[in-house]
Design a binder for this molecule. Structure first.
Ligand code: NAP
Ligand code: MN
Length: 274
């Protein structure tokens, strides 16, 4: 495919710095005769942070087979961003040389079964978290058809490998390398005493295993999927599984390793003077 046949969509967040980078990027893409369009693009470029990439992922979540993403981060390095704002020329060069190669990561499929028989389906790039709207959530957790535990607490989060560094990490979950196709269940403030018991640690579940959560107090629950929150009444159960689709990123010759991203985000430079 020649550049002139390659359709590219560019989005940025509201930050002036991101908008500026976005304008410059658009100008350079035009100069190099790429087609700029939001409609059925081959490549979607997100300018901003990981939060912005989450937004554009959901915008094109029905076209995951066709679309490849590129993340440009204004500021520090992100988990879904391969380029920094000062690397626009490098990005253009790589797009010109692009052969269609991609790096892909697992995503999460969440299905919400309501008591009236209807089923809602959502995709998550980071995680889905179920909480009871008010009061303590009580829910039975089933892993691969084993009635595992009765959970009492604020809620339960199920994250993807790339989402493991987001909310999951704040919940004390492990950081998972994205080549490990697994989901992670993390507890949100579980109640543990002589009467109530949950495992306490987070659990890493392999690709084929299904996670099911059955809320027992069936009034109103919220389910947060990445950056959006939905409210449901009368949920019968919620199912979590790795989706058949993956998110694809344009492979970059200087693709930053996952451990470099983890180090850059959470550790920074190590001072060896001390
Ligand atoms: P936000 O509340 O504006 O920002 C959440 C922060 O998480 C941002 O700094 C974002 O990075 C970062 N982030 C997003 N995905 C990440 C990932 N995969 N690994 C490491 N850091 C990541 O919300 P948002 O930007 O719309 O993002 C929604 C996400 O926020 C949710 O999916 C959830 O994971 C996370 N969240 C975390 C907590 C918590 O830690 N207590 C609570 C609620 C939600 P950028 O600055 O690069 O955008
Ligand atoms: Mn940020």
């Amino acid at each position: 495919m020649k550049n002139t046949d390659k359709k590219i969509a560019v989005f940025s967040n509201y930050k002036p710095q991101s908008k500026e980078v976005c304008q410059l990027l658009i100008k350079k893409l035009r100069q190099n005769r790429f087609i700029l369009t939001d409609k059925n693009p081959d490549i979607v470029i997100s300018v901003g942070g990981d939060g912005m990439l989450l937004s554009v992922f959901h915008k094109y979540e029905n076209q995951l087979d066709k679309v490849r993403f590129v993340g440009v981060h204004t500021g520090h390095l992100g988990f879904y961003t391969d380029y920094r704002d000062f690397e626009i020329d490098k990005l253009i060069e790589n797009l010109k040389l692009d052969t269609g190669a991609q790096v892909s990561y697992p995503i999460l499929n969440v299905r919400i079964f309501l008591e009236d028989g209807s089923v809602k389906s959502k995709l998550a790039l980071n995680e889905a978290t179920i909480k009871r709207s008010d009061r303590t959530m009580v829910a039975d957790v089933m892993i691969n058809h084993v009635a595992f535990e009765r959970f009492r607490g604020d809620g339960i989060s199920v994250s993807t490998p790339t989402g493991s560094t987001a909310y999951n990490k704040s919940l004390g979950g492990a950081v998972l390398h994205p080549t490990i196709e697994a989901l992670q269940i993390a507890e949100v403030a579980s109640l543990n005493n002589r009467v109530y018991r949950t495992l306490g640690s987070s659990i890493i579940v392999p690709k084929k295993d299904k996670i099911e959560i059955f809320p027992t107090r069936n009034d109103q629950h919220t389910i947060s999927v990445d950056n959006r929150t939905y409210t449901f009444k009368h949920i019968a159960k919620v199912e979590f599984q790795i989706d058949n689709h993956k998110i694809q990123f344009v492979a970059s010759p200087s693709h930053t390793s996952f451990w470099n991203r983890v180090k850059d985000a959470f550790i920074g430079e190590v001072d060896d003077e001390i």
